[in-house]
Design a protein. Structure first.
Length: 209
């Protein structure tokens, strides 16, 4: 007679299943990852994953939902602690490259089919404005906070994507000179100067963003 699973058992297995799915996605991509391979990697029967999720897309949506939640937590916690949000963004992406890649994969199912994913993504998006809005209100930066937040997001995503693709560390661009930390710092400085209001120094804009 099969063992009755507690809510904790179910949550733990779902978490382990999602972590394994993220690793398989990193190795094989969405098309190369199958439910059978996932079950094999977990050491369970081929039908076990279906006890927890409808199908592969349901699993990947759950992985994205968890990743967006942790992503938002990382940036929100940095902002509340008075630490650079850009640094938290980069740290999360480099610590969780598989999840980050899946979060922003080009070919994804309709998010409206997964309400929890929509909520998590919307919250993550909001964190990109959360630390900008006070700077605009205080007169440190000038402009539309939402637009400024999106500009910073585009810069950070571009830098992270190039880094994960190995394009910032090559024989043509030595890491110490053009590594991701240097690129992000210089881009943040330049954006801070561009959105600067009044006589606020570039250093203050960089420190606060």
């Amino acid at each position: 007679m099969p063992r009755v699973l507690s809510q904790s058992d179910v949550a733990d297995f779902r978490e382990r299943l999602c972590a394994t799915a993220a690793r398989l996605f990193a190795d094989k991509g969405v098309d190369g990852m199958t439910m059978r391979e996932l079950a094999s990697a977990l050491g369970v029967s081929a039908m076990t994953p279906y006890r927890y999720f409808r199908d592969k897309e349901d699993i990947l949506a759950a992985v994205r939902t968890r990743a967006f939640g942790r992503f938002a937590d990382a940036m929100s916690n940095a902002h509340q602690a008075g630490k650079p949000v850009a640094q938290a963004y980069v740290h999360f992406a480099l610590e969780h490259p598989s999840e980050y890649a899946l979060m922003f994969a080009l070919n994804q199912p309709d998010e409206n089919d997964y309400p929890e994913l929509v909520v998590a993504r919307t919250r993550a998006k909001a964190t990109m404005t959360e630390h900008i809005r006070p700077l605009v209100e205080q007169g440190v930066l000038q402009g539309d906070p939402d637009l400024i937040g999106h500009v910073y997001w585009a810069m950070l995503h571009g830098a992270v994507t190039l880094h994960l693709a190995g394009k910032l560390q090559s024989q043509y661009t030595p890491a110490p000179q053009y590594g991701i930390d240097r690129i992000v710092a210089e881009a943040t400085r330049a954006l801070g100067a561009g959105f600067r209001a009044g006589t606020t120094t570039e250093q203050e804009c960089v420190r606060k963003t």
